[in-house]
Design a binder for this molecule. Structure first.
Ligand SMILES: Cc1cc2nc3c(=O)[nH]c(=O)nc-3n(C[C@H](O)[C@H](O)[C@H](O)COP(=O)(O)O)c2cc1C
Length: 309
């Protein structure tokens, strides 16, 4: 395999990334199943499926459906539980060609603390708090209230000693306030964003396509929304605080990734693109590297937030 161009090397709050591309939570297996069909060496990091203290089955089918603008999912945080992850998956973390970000979810602060500390003890260098899942009853409670979010992040920050703490926010709601609360409480990075709450209805049956009724929209339809949010949050909150952003939403090719970098993203997440084409990271990394060379920069970090707005 050809190695990624060194112009793509970057740092995300203490994590050294070979490329700025990050496989998004829930879109590439529990940990490294993507490696069966793709070369993960083109990725800087892989995010685990969101893990909870208990194992979860998730919602009943149908829980994934295509739309013209991307896809809707209502998986509902199906995962093996953190203890099974630590036993069966975590031992492979050190041998992967990419850094690993452990995604954490739960019903209460104590759940987040328990999963985050277990993942840190298992050797994960970064922990992402998923406070923005639209597909469970309480998946967004901490991501819709800045006060609750601030206390959650403070508790987890106090319990997790060295791992980088990333907070993943929703695309709707008061994103600037939420981002400011997360940063004030010690978040080392922000992920913008989770899926956008959305719904599809079958005209003949008059039923929602997803068993849960509604789900989360991902893919090309959310991309311009996320570009704006990354731009705003970088300008108002994250940039001044020197907190990096993982821009995530609808990146299908290198141009989409470049837009997010210019808007203010230090790293760029890929979700739906991996399901359409698991080899997408390679083409996107190559396109980004060629763009960096044309822009005359020595490292991609010089282009973060460099939109001429
Ligand atoms: C099938 C599916 C499962 C997902 N599961 C999770 C999850 O477990 N935790 C999480 O934080 N986000 C989850 N997401 C959201 C993605 O990580 C990402 O935020 C979203 O898909 C937007 O990126 P994209 O447009 O590149 O797909 C999931 C998305 C999809 C499509």
């Amino acid at each position: 395999m050809a190695a990624p161009d060194p112009v793509l090397q970057t740092r995300l709050a203490g994590l050294a990334l070979r490329t700025p591309l990050v496989a998004a939570a829930g879109t590439c297996g529990v940990l490294d199943e993507l490696a069966e069909v793709s070369d993960v060496g083109w990725l800087g990091a892989i995010t685990t499926k969101s893990l909870t203290p208990e194992s979860r089955e998730g919602n009943a089918p149908w829980r994934v459906v295509e739309t013209r603008a991307g896809m809707l999912n209502a998986i509902g945080l199906a995962n093996p539980g953190v203890d099974a992850f630590v036993q069966e998956h975590a031992p492979r973390v050190g041998s992967l060609d990419a850094a690993v970000i452990g995604s954490v979810a739960g019903h209460a602060v104590a759940d987040f603390v328990r999963v985050a500390t277990a993942l840190e003890a298992a050797g994960l260098q970064a922990i992402e708090l998923n406070v923005s899942c639209p597909n469970t009853a309480d998946g967004r409670q901490f991501g819709s209230d800045a006060t609750l979010l601030e206390s959650l992040v403070r508790e987890v920050r106090a319990a997790v000693r060295t791992s980088t703490l990333v907070v993943k926010l929703p695309p709707d709601g008061d994103t600037l306030r939420l981002a400011a609360a997360a940063v004030a409480a010690g978040a080392g990075a922000l992920t913008l964003c989770n899926t956008y709450p959305a719904m599809q209805i079958e005209p003949e049956t008059r039923r929602p396509s997803l068993s849960r009724g509604s789900g989360g929209l991902s893919g090309p339809g959310v991309h311009p929304i996320v570009v704006r949010l990354v731009h705003l949050v970088h300008r108002e909150v994250a940039g001044p605080a020197r907190v990096p952003i993982i821009g995530l939403g609808g990146v299908m090719d290198w141009r989409d990734a470049a837009e997010l970098v210019l808007a203010g993203a230090t790293a760029v997440g890929l979700g739906t693109a991996l399901m359409v084409d698991p080899s997408a990271p390679r083409a996107i990394a190559r396109g980004l590297a060629a763009w960096c060379r044309r822009q005359g920069v020595r490292e991609i970090g010089e282009l973060v937030g460099a939109v001429r707005a």
